[in-house]
Design a binder for this molecule. Structure first.
Ligand code: ADP
Length: 328
């Protein structure tokens, strides 16, 4: 059976980008057709300036939202990365296979390091080695497929490269994984700045729809989305990124094609109105289930405990084999 692994960072409140780019497929498709593991990758949240209590709180919130979005612990494994030592154990071995040059070429590293430096902060070494830990997350589970938004393509490529290199040098140990992306909304853009991704760590509120935003807040953010000076609704990611983003969001919410939808609108106002309502409807059941789960935090804790145990059992043989293969 296909093995699927994917993760989410507790660096901020989860966004519509996380949901349409990744989480919704995990719940609707992946957990039904594969042996699937979904991880709150809290170690990755330490690569940038962080507040310990906030990371802990956001981890639990992410876990609760994963369950609220439809992940069923009877069908898949939901757990927290730091509860399973195998990730850090394997990461070190992979650091001995990865090179400094390939780490420095990672686009996300370059962007985030530049942002840290602009703020006058220093860049943590873990920000540079982050993709190696991500490769460990994936390879420890013998993962075949990694369902992610397309911002993660380069990191999954690195995981493939490291798996192939390790296997060539030390004998076959790892399955070589591949990334899968949703057909629509693989990269949801910031509503106020359609040139940049809707990212949860950005803190640029008005352009980001959070999964727990109230309907009125969602409506306000979508209605104020930046479009452009044209008038007709056409789907063109290069020339009309703001409108294309709205069309993609609407298409993803309604299971339609953005190109087809563009013909149905005579004005930006009508497109925004329908997009806002579609997002409100997509979020409604997730928010309702989230409220129920918040009333019973012990249930979420129990899911995470059982998930960590299962994840540990799944990862340990592969990580042990890697230790033997490399000469330890
Ligand atoms: P973030 O960038 O919000 O911190 P994570 O690194 O935690 O997100 O990624 C969790 C998942 O959500 C990944 O599969 C990632 O590709 C996906 N994702 C994140 N932002 C977006 C977006 N704006 N559009 C589509 N998918 C996204």
């Amino acid at each position: 059976m296909t093995r699927v692994f994917s993760g989410i960072k507790p660096t901020g409140h989860l966004t519509l980008g996380n949901y349409l780019g990744a989480m919704r497929r995990w719940a609707e498709v992946d957990q039904h057709r594969s042996e699937a593991l979904f991880c709150i990758v809290d170690l990755h949240a330490l690569t940038v300036d962080h507040d310990p209590a906030r990371v802990r709180r956001l981890s639990r919130q992410a876990a609760t939202l994963l369950l609220a979005s439809g992940l069923d612990p009877e069908r898949c494994t939901v757990f927290v990365q730091s509860h399973v030592d195998e990730h850090a154990r394997l990461s070190y071995l992979l650091e001995c296979v990865a090179t400094d040059g390939e780490m420095r070429r990672m686009i996300q590293y370059k962007e985030k390091a530049a942002r840290e430096q602009q703020r006058g902060g220093s860049v943590r070494l873990s920000l540079l080695t982050y993709p190696v830990l991500m490769a460990a997350d994936i390879l420890a589970y013998g993962t075949d497929e990694v369902p992610v938004g397309d911002d993660q393509t380069q990191h999954v490529e690195l995981s493939r490269d490291l798996a192939v290199r390790f296997n060539q040098r030390y004998g076959h140990t790892f399955v070589v994984p591949r990334a899968t992306h949703p057909k629509v909304a693989a990269r949801v853009m910031n509503l106020q700045d359609p040139a940049s991704k809707m990212g949860k760590s950005d803190d640029s509120g008005p352009g980001i729809v959070y999964l727990l935003d109230e309907p009125e807040v969602v409506r306000k953010k979508v209605m104020r989305a930046v479009t452009d000076s044209g008038r007709d609704v056409v789907y063109d990611r290069q020339e009309r990124p703001g409108v294309a983003n709205l069309l993609e969001i609407l298409a993803a919410c309604e299971g339609k094609d953005p190109e087809d939808l563009s013909g149905a609108y005579a004005s930006y106002g009508a497109l925004k109105k329908d997009t806002a309502e579609a997002v409100v409807e997509v979020l409604r059941p997730v928010q309702a289930r989230h409220r129920e789960l918040c009333a019973d935090p012990a249930q979420v804790e129990a899911v995470l405990r059982a998930g960590a145990e299962k994840a540990r059992e799944t990862a340990r043989p592969t990580v042990d084999a890697a230790y033997r293969a490399i000469g330890l």
